[in-house]
Design a protein around this ligand. Sequence first.
Ligand code: ATP
Ligand code: MG
Length: 206
Amino acid sequence: MSEPPTDTEAERHRAEMAKLKALQDAEVARKTIKRKGLLIVYTGNGKGKSTAAFGMMLRMLGHKRRVAVVQFIKGKWKTGERAAVAAFGNLVEWYTMGEGFTWETQDRARDIAACERGWEIAARLLSDPDLALLILDELNIALRYDYLALDTVLAALAARPPTQHVIITGRNAKPELIAAADTVTEMVEVKHHFAAGVRAQIGIEF
Ligand code: ATP
Ligand code: MG
């Protein structure tokens, strides 16, 4: 067992922490923007993009603010997240537009039609000043395959209510979207169980 700290050690620690706190407070004081709707992008090949977005949705729901999700590509699977947030009633709107993965549908015209329907809903939500958080899941995929026009999407994002937060997920985020975003995180694949032959697991993948 380690010895309890001596009085001088405790005092040194306290002084160090006080100095850190002063630095931290000064740093915070330099940030002058109190409230801003953020555009957040989760991209990259590693696992965790959509679930990071849903984690933030849970955080927002804890504050009893309205959230909405539009899923552009995936469709068929019944996911745990969708079932779970049903418990929050009309604080959550959830639209799953996709017909499935692009390699499942193998039908470009149908994929485009599904994305366009999704975009119609997204555009309405992007002009809703009471919506705190909008998640556009897999929108990057729709943009990558030119299922939706980048200019149209960027214009609607720019014109949204100034306090609305938006999260966009999906691999291969377009550089123009990254440029427009406030926060961008790239999930890097270090390892994924799929490569070792493990199928999608309940509660982990869906
Ligand atoms: P999640 O929904 O788990 O956060 P994601 O949004 O980062 O994943 P997507 O590109 O949307 O990833 O892919 C969704 C599905 O593919 C998930 O079931 C996820 O586990 C799986 N997946 C994600 N990354 C990889 C990977 N690098 N290799 C294999 N499967 C992956
Ligand atoms: Mg995803």
